[in-house]
Design a protein around this ligand. Structure first.
Ligand code: H79
Length: 590
């Protein structure tokens, strides 16, 4: 499997020949080496990609793409790039590697993919150069199990895409799975013996394949803006450090993703498909998929709609992050028409609302609003209304500022009035466009927002436990679970015992009755109590539910508009059983 060719990098030859040789001098990073060095435009990579760009295309393309989520006539749902794994079809190494002989993605057209990314409004592309299966999508001297040596196709995908990105002014980054390698001896979850039957260690794989290949991807394709490592698993910090150092040495401007492991990396990648409930500090990225998994799957028709893409992109930027949306090319190397259509339609929306995306800053509310979300750009507030009100009035809570003007973004001026911290905007009864309408507000002076969660009549008022103002004898934690193969979900919650209390401070717009539902998961029935301002309380028994779902508790009475304290307690039922994730509050129209 190994080929000994003259390589551009002497270090690579040394490593292939010596196997366990280490760089003579450790490469140290001087402070400020990343981020302060500018690209041609005179700006830093972080600035261009994360602060201004905010939106990227992720591409999962590998030998798994040829199988399209099917093996021997059977469809495996979920992560199609995992088809080889025992978690999916469990394909033997030899059989899987033999697939390369018939992998011919002849319709791969880097210019077409770059054109789609631009149409979609994306500013850089990150593509898999080697995923867990071990197949390199570039011409690798370190391992011949690669796209140019092992397939009839014979072209270097990474080279073609890098050139197309450089030609068209997009950033380029490479994904590299550094720990897992299911076909290379010694790779994580890979064969434990080499072709001669000799036992091999992770160290063998690391120095023979991983290090030389990371050298290759960081030296052969011009300027690279980002190296996206993944699943460090049990890999020790000494390995992560070596990889970071290689990137620093060869691409001093490039960012390294946090999934290089062991607390290293230049920015944080959240969980797959995770949009945080509250603004998240630091430089970070959210990632999501156009199908259910990352590699293309023929059997998967659950395409993400343009509306979903707009909502998730805006939600991520509004929490302070930058966003990557994944596409998986088919066995022929093309982006499926469903994904292409959804991306270009959401791109049209973005082109009408560039201020909502590029250089946009997080929402001053710190969380989503019942009808949508908000971002700030150049001192103006942009309200992204995904649930457009049908009564011609958009209620915005918590604005302490005066408002100079309100208008439909790119359109007509709107009338508005202030009542305390509530802003009521007169809007058309029908949404001005598909996916989300956008309203631009020009505030008087510096923005001054009261972030208290508010109940808005006519909206979906689900107030997360992560927005609780205090808790006692419990803690707010985030729980994640895999709902289906590769389909990750997560929620903030408090484990509620009989001594626990979760308290929200909530702004109510008017006196009246409000119908309360609790959102929770529990193995058994419990009696729950909700108390308003420490005195008036209602109690009821609510059912068990093995998934987080809404459970009606009853009406509470609010005597005056303003902020009220709502306490939630559990009175009976087993301990360590009730996980409370939110309050759903519906004004009762009498
Ligand atoms: O590249 C994409 C995924 O393949 C990779 N990260 C993103 C960006 C990834 N590697 N590991 N994981 C994600 C988490 C693995 C979850 C698993 Fe499973 C659960 C492995 C086995 C059970 C998902 C479901 C994969 C196979 C079945």
């Amino acid at each position: 499997m190994q080929r000994l060719l003259i390589s551009a990098s002497a270090a690579v030859i040394l490593l292939i020949a010596g196997c366990t040789a280490r760089p003579e001098k450790p490469i140290t990073l001087t402070a400020g080496q990343v981020g302060e060095i500018s690209m041609e435009t005179g700006r830093s990579v972080q600035d261009v990609l994360f602060d201004e760009g905010n939106y990227a295309m992720f591409i999962h393309f590998g030998l798994y793409s040829k199988l399209e989520g099917e093996w021997k006539g059977k469809a495996y749902y979920g992560n199609a790039e995992w088809i080889m794994s025992p978690a999916q079809a469990g394909i033997p190494v030899d059989e899987y590697m033999a697939e390369a002989a018939t992998f011919n993605p002849s319709k791969f057209d880097a210019e077409k993919i770059v054109a789609l990314a631009k149409e979609a409004g994306m500013k850089y592309i990150v593509i898999t150069s080697k995923h867990h299966e071990g197949f390199a999508m570039f011409d690798s001297d370190a391992c011949s199990f690669n796209i140019t040596d092992a397939t009839p196709f014979g072209r270097d995908i990474i080279g073609e895409l890098s050139e197309a990105c450089h030609r068209n002014g997009l950033g380029i980054g490479f994904y590299y799975s550094q720990f897992q390698d299911w076909t290379a001896p010694g790779g994580g979850y890979g064969p434990t013996r080499d072709a001669d039957g000799k036992a091999v260690s992770f160290d063998d794989y690391f120095w023979k394949k991983c290090v030389p290949q990371v050298e290759e991807i960081t030296t052969r394709y011009g300027d690279v803006q980002l190296i996206w490592f993944d699943t460090p698993d049990v890999m020790g910090p000494e390995y992560s450090k070596i990889l970071v150092d290689i990137v620093r040495k060869n691409q001093p401007h490039a960012l390294v993703s946090s999934r290089v492991g062991n607390g290293m990396g230049d920015y944080e990648t959240l969980g797959d498909m995770e949009v945080p409930t509250v603004n998240h500090p630091g430089r970070w990225e959210g990632i999501d998929v156009t199908q259910v998994g990352w590699g293309y799957s023929k059997a998967d028709h659950r395409w993400k709609t343009p509306g979903y893409i707009v909502r998730t992109l805006v939600g991520t930027i509004a929490r302070g992050g930058t966003f990557m949306m994944n596409v998986g090319p088919t066995k022929d190397g093309e982006i499926a028409p469903e994904a292409a259509a959804a991306l270009s339609k959401s791109g049209e929306w973005i082109s009408r609302h560039p201020k909502v995306i590029y250089r946009a800053e997080a929402s001053p509310w710190g969380h989503a609003l019942p009808w949508g979300d908000a971002v700030v750009n150049d001192g103006r507030l942009y309200l992204i209304v995904t649930d457009w009100p049908s009564d011609g009035k958009l209620l915005v809570p918590g604005i302490r500022n005066g408002i100079r003007s309100a208008r439909i973004d790119g359109g007509k001026k709107l009338k508005f009035r202030k009542d305390g911290t509530w802003l009521e905007i007169e809007v058309p009864c029908r949404a001005p466009e598909d996916y989300a309408g956008v309203i631009e507000l020009t505030p008087e002076g510096e923005l001054d927002i009261d972030a208290t969660p508010a109940v808005i009549p006519g909206s979906r008022n689900l107030i997360s436990t992560e927005l609780a103002s205090s808790v006692s004898n419990t803690a707010i934690t985030r729980t994640g679970w895999m709902e289906n193969y590769g389909e990750w979900k997560n929620k903030g919650m408090t484990m509620m015992n009989q001594s626990s209390m979760t308290t929200w401070a909530i702004e109510f717009p008017a006196p009246g009755y409000y119908d309360i539902n609790l959102e929770y998961r529990s193995g058994d029935r419990h009696e729950w109590r909700v108390t308003v301002d420490g005195c008036q309380s209602i109690e009821h028994s609510c059912g068990a539910s093995d998934i987080f779902s809404l459970h009606p508790l009853g009406w509470i009475r609010i005597d005056a508009p303003g902020i009220h304290e709502i306490d939630v307690q559990v009175l009976t039922g087993p301990e360590d059983d009730a996980e409370l994730s939110g309050l759903y509050i519906d004004p009762v129209m009498l």
